[in-house]
Write a protein that binds this ligand. Sequence first.
Ligand code: GDP
Ligand code: MN
Length: 441
Amino acid sequence: MKLHEYQSKRIFAQYGIPIPKGQVANTPEEARQVAADLGRRVVVKSQVLVGGRGKAGGVKVANNPDEAEQVASKILGMNIKGLTVRKVLVDEAADIQQEIYLGVVIDRAARRVTMVSSAAGGMEIEEVARTAPDKIIKVPINPFLGLRDYQARQIAFGLGLRGDYIRDFTIIAHGLYKVFLDTDASLAEINPLVVTGEGKLLAVDGKIVTDDNGSFRHQDLAAMRDVDEETRSEAEARSFGLNYIQLDGQIGCMVNGAGLAMTTMDIVKLFGGSPANFLDIGGGASADKVAAALRIILADPNVKALLFNIFGGITRCDEVARGIVAALEQVPTEVPMVVRLVGTNEEEGKAILASAQRKVQTASTLVEAAQKAVAAAKGEAYVPLPPPPLVVYTPRVHEIATPPSSKPAARKTIPPRPAQKAAKKATKPAKKAARPAKKAR
Ligand code: GDP
Ligand code: MN
């Protein structure tokens, strides 16, 4: 779940990260009131769950309450990257001297939560990564030790901060890492973290993306979910219990099982295609669930071909075929379709598809299905290809587990010197002998 800027910054403030004073407004009049209460230059900021609001005209400075009202009336109702602005945040405007990027993410390759920072803040970090990767500082964090002070200082120095800024930055870095952990986030980001004219560090923009797998632990955050901001497809997928993630490719994939869905996406990529989505319809999907899935995929205008990869175990192929036929009656489409149905009731499923009005291509292997879908998406004829050579993954040395048969190395201990041994032997009987003597006294 993505949190709004104002929600993220409120959480930041609880962790000692300095944020500007401000309030959310739903109308231009409210914006005017907030600006009047703040009594100084303000910045009016659209609250939509996308980046790049500044570039899109969704962030504007206002010198007085009148201007704040005017600017808010322009921004409210604005469409930014497909989302309608319903709220604005009115913050005290900062006197910005420098913009820094600071984020906490999961680096899957390093298998670490990683703190990422750059002196080239303000613009999107993906852009910096592309154009000036040397300007990015990355610090992997040991999960047992957490972020260490020296690591935070190392980043601060790398950013060119000196003096008191280093201490302030360290507090912010620790705060952000703690926010990341405590909210079960996949991203916690300040962009920009600014150096102000008064010589302070201030989190001017904030973003938190939480991991939905952890949402059961965060009833407090659940109330922050903004359903207005969910796309129709996401909302529909959620109501049908479908696991759906939209991507930006051309091949719509409908698959049962998360593992099979991942494999399908990989194979599509292997043959030069690109998946338009991840979609797991789950086990034992009914015809109307399949129909909903198909409607969701077809609502994406990028989809140029559809690939069904169904392995019938609990899921019955005939039920899936009925769902496809039902959906095609509701949502007629010209998008070419490739279907691979294998397993339970495969023959009935194939027969249902064959008798349908709409022509679909069938495939018996995943390789064939993927190649057909890739060709169809490009508007080309299908020509069977051998699969490209696989890159064999070689584990690095530390990843190879010790075979269970091998004995643990013998512990090296230093034997006592002969002289000590002799001395011990000599003292023991003497002590024993001394005790009865004491008691006797
Ligand atoms: P984003 O474009 O969605 O990331 O929105 P941001 O909140 O990061 O704002 C975009 C840009 O607007 C920032 O990088 C700043 O340059 C500018 N900006 C934001 N807040 C202020 C402010 O208080 N004062 C000034 N002068 N500029 C601001
Ligand atoms: Mn920003």
